[in-house]
Design a binder for this molecule. Structure first.
Ligand code: NAD
Length: 389
């Protein structure tokens, strides 16, 4: 079939196998250009491995660090007439490329929140590695069923306390408009913490530790976004921020159990991913950020951020902030970048968007997540959506 993008708001319901594979190869090429990382951990798990920051983590660990990896993600497999999820294609393409350099990656596809998945994972770690050196937790999901209660929680991306008036962008039409978002109820806030907070991360680590599969010196990373005063009203001061504060709390509990260096929350920059495109304000903020950071030579996507994390932030002497987090959002939050983004913000309208922001770059990055708009891919080719090569 001929596969074309089918975009509905902040979701694309199709994905291109050749485009996703090319995307993976481009990320690998970037990492190889930065050179090897011989000192890194060698047995690494990535929960949320198929897209965005988790995928970049798996690529850096494998192609710079030479690690063997186990990935976990939730995917839709393709059929003869329907494309799979982008993550499904990414997983297959990653496996093909990793095998070419002699690695034997394993990917488990299913619900990482469930205890069944954790059990299958532990059995596989025992069989393949004996023990794990690192677990990167990079899961982003709007819904989680708590294995203890059987209750399914749904997150709500809302402010807390009072309504918030914000400027936002319809990325399909290019329209910039003001909108008011009503505050979350206490139940919605609690549900968001149950889904996006640290409960499942800690559950993973506790179950792995109880099973005796954590190597001496084991470390775990979990990714967070802090942002600046432009995004705080909807992000850090809202339900999502409350969930991210819970990560910091859980990191401390993991450190108390496993040691002072065992758990780190890592603050990363705003990038275009499936998860971030669903958050109000973030796409508009992102379009301005690209326009400001690019000419300064500071523009980074997932692979550049994670490569910098692994090369410069994981040493024994790495600096941490007051919450003991590692910070790779330093360029985004630099006074120079933030002053320019803040200067442009009040001037942003549908008419000025073209001059002050980079919507074309945003759209191109969004389509790339699904394997579209990538140089060198023949989109007119009749492809079998079940095959990645
Ligand atoms: P993403 O949507 O690209 O990736 C999410 C991953 O989680 C995918 O691999 C998906 O398959 C997996 N997943 C979702 N539900 C699952 C389930 N039930 N079981 C197993 N796997 C499941 O998201 P992302 O933007 O890379 O986010 C990853 C982390 O990085 C999040 O904690 C996010 O807050 C953080 N972060 C993102 C940004 C950003 O701008 N995108 C910035 C800073 C930090």
């Amino acid at each position: 079939m001929i596969i074309e993008p089918r975009v509905r708001g902040f979701i694309c319901t199709t994905a291109h196998p050749d485009g996703c594979a090319k995307n993976i190869r481009e990320q690998i090429a970037y990492v190889l250009r930065q050179g090897p990382l011989p000192e890194g951990p060698k047995r690494i798990a990535v929960v949320g491995c198929s897209t965005g920051y988790g995928l970049a983590s798996r690529i850096v660990a494998t192609f710079a660090g030479g690690a063997e990896t186990i990935g976990v993600s939730l995917e839709r497999a393709p059929t003869a007439t329907r494309t799979g999820s982008a993550g499904w294609y990414n997983n297959r393409a990653f496996e093909i490329e990793a095998q070419k350099i002699g690695r034997s990656p394993l990917t488990l596809e299913g619900d990482a929140f469930s205890d069944e998945m954790k059990k299958t994972f532990i059995d596989n770690v025992r069989e393949r590695f004996g023990q794990l050196d690192m677990l990167v937790y990079s899961l982003a999901s709007p819904v989680r069923t708590d294995p203890d209660t059987g209750q399914t929680h749904r997150s709500a991306i809302k402010p807390l306390g009072a309504p918030v008036g914000i400027k936002t962008l319809n990325t399909e039409t290019g329209e910039v408009f003001e909108t008011t978002i009503a505050p979350a109820s206490e139940d919605e806030a609690a549900a968001t913490v149950a889904v996006m907070g640290g409960a499942d991360w800690k559950r993973w680590i506790d179950q792995l530790a109880d099973a005796g599969v954590l190597a001496p010196g084991f470390r775990t990373l979990n990714y967070t976004y802090i942002g600046s005063e432009l995004t705080w009203p909807i992000y850090w001061n809202g339900t999502l921020g409350r969930a991210k504060v819970d990560l910091d709390r859980k990191a401390e509990q993991i450190r108390q159990r496993l040691g002072e260096d065992a758990a780190r929350v890592v603050a990363l920059k705003a990038v275009v991913t499936q998860a971030s495109s669903a958050i109000p304000v973030v796409p508009l903020y992102g379009t301005v950020l690209f326009k400001v950071m690019k000419p300064l030579g500071l523009h980074e996507g997932c692979i550049e951020q994670i490569d910098r994390l692994f090369r410069t932030r994981l040493g024994a002497d790495a600096e941490v902030d007051e919450e003991k987090r590692l910070r790779v959002d330093d360029w985004e939050l630099s006074p120079e970048v933030q002053a320019e983004v803040s200067r442009r913000w009040p001037l942003l309208t549908t008419e000025t968007l073209g001059e002050l922001a980079d919507l074309a770059e945003y759209r191109s990055q969004f389509l790339r997540l699904f394997g579209f708009g990538i140089d060198g891919v023949d989109y007119a080719r009749d492809v079998d959506p079940r095959i990645v090569d």
